[in-house]
Ligand binder design. Structure first.
Ligand SMILES: *Cc1c(COP(=O)(O)O)cnc(C)c1O
Length: 401
């Protein structure tokens, strides 16, 4: 069933574990992406959309109040404001790139998976902009939980395809989307939402999101006169983290820290922590690539839990597995309770309502603050804004809106 190649590896991770019927689609995407990358006309068009539609470059903002509150001004905390992107998170930057790539390949239809609906909305937005038809695969459990996003996608002209198989959530939506793609590849491009899936997607999505790191590197040099001591990002599939890390990987003095969703803690399986050792986190294949995957004793994909929908996935991008094993990046986690406390602190201290996903990265900084050296500089990738999360936060705090 699965075909193993050495292509698209990050150390021992990644690869192209896909059924024979899917291989032609993956080879075509790989080949076309190489040409797209080197095509001046299409790259100029991408840059134009990023500037005039997406809202790039996003700002780098020094959170002085937060720095005072947490360290008395000993350390400087900067926020890379991905929350200011059109549609409210970094995801649109990848969706626009993939939609242009699809157009470059002469395809008229975009498909994508979505869990909470964020990537579905971003893809539907890009499809509307470029006049493409769009089908978003979404588990029926998620559709019920995320009704406003289903409505948003419909408003944007996309069709939401209900997925009723398995647990009826994100994992099943990816399976269905891949199945559709094997039959429709002639006119359809599959826009993966994170640095996941078979080669070439972890590379394509990383490239599109690497603009976060490029902007940030130039901005921090200008603002602080040097590179930061540490760069922090939350990790679901891992695209906002890889996007900002990528510009600093060669700078060995810049510590890179990924923060996963600790949910209700590491005792039990109510979390989505793949890179801190636990009985559930093991290397394995999920959705076409070899990486760390949460699984039970018999190798079944384990269910996950997080207060933030965007970090709630059993697998993790293969490049993160490699950065973890090679020691270049460190990975830790924040619990639901810590993330919600960080959410509240950022609201109060800075007047910024962060996404619950991004709040995990802020929670790490709160925990780390007493240990930060005098004069140190830390950058947090604020991957998205939290307007979408106010119901979840109210529910978590036992309040009603
Ligand atoms: C989807 C999402 C994430 C998680 O995805 P990554 O690929 O890990 O970046 C993080 N933050 C926000 C705001 C999201 O919408």
């Amino acid at each position: 069933m699965s075909t193993k190649t050495k292509k698209g590896r990050f150390g021992r991770f990644g690869g192209m574990f896909a059924p024979e019927t899917l291989m032609p689609a993956l080879w075509e995407a790989e080949e076309a992406y190489e040409r797209f990358r080197g095509d001046a006309h299409w790259q100029t068009e991408y840059q134009r959309l990023l500037e005039t539609y997406n809202g790039r470059p996003t700002s780098l903002y020094e959170a002085v109040n937060l720095g005072m509150r947490l360290t008395g001004g000993r350390a400087r905390i900067f926020l890379k404001r991905e929350d200011l992107n059109h549609t409210g998170a970094h995801k649109i930057t990848n969706a626009l790139g993939q939609a242009l790539l699809a157009r470059f390949m002469g395809k008229e239809r975009l498909i994508a998976e979505t869990g909470a609906g964020q990537h579905g909305v971003a893809t539907a937005t890009a499809a509307a902009l470029l006049g493409m038809s769009c089908d978003i695969f979404m588990g029926t459990v998620d559709m019920e939980r995320q009704k406003p996003n289903v409505f948003r996608m419909n408003l944007l002209g996309a069709n939401v395809v209900p997925v009723d198989s398995g647990g009826k959530t994100l994992k099943d939506a990816v399976n269905e989307a891949l199945r559709d793609w094997t039959k429709t590849v002639k006119n359809t491009h599959y826009a993966f939402g994170s640095v996941l899936g078979p080669h070439p997607f972890p590379f394509i999505v990383r490239d599109f999101q690497s603009i976060i790191g490029k902007e940030c590197r130039a901005q921090i040099k200008k603002a602080a006169g040097r590179l930061p001591d540490e760069v922090v990002a939350c990790v679901g599939g891992g695209s906002n983290a890889i996007g900002i890390f990528s510009a600093f990987i060669k700078d060995k003095n810049v510590k890179l820290t990924g923060v996963e969703a600790g949910g209700k803690g590491l005792r039990g399986n109510k979390h989505a922590v793949r890179l801190t050792p636990s009985p559930y986190a093991k290397p394995g294949v999920l959705h076409g690539s070899y990486s760390y995957v949460l699984q039970d004793k018999s190798g079944q994909i384990a269910d996950t839990h997080s207060v933030s929908a965007g970090l709630d996935y059993s697998g993790i991008g293969p490049e993160h597995a490699h950065l973890f094993e090679s020691g270049r990046a460190a990975y830790t986690y924040a619990t639901d309770t810590e993330a919600v406390a960080a959410f509240k602190m950022l609201c109060e201290a800075e007047g910024i309502i962060p996404a619950l996903e991004s709040s995990h990265a802020v929670a790490y900084v709160i925990k780390q603050a007493p240990k930060l050296a005098d004069g140190s500089i830390i950058v947090v990738n604020l991957s998205g804004r939290g307007d979408k999360d106010i119901d979840s936060v109210a529910k978590f705090l036992g309040e009603s809106i």
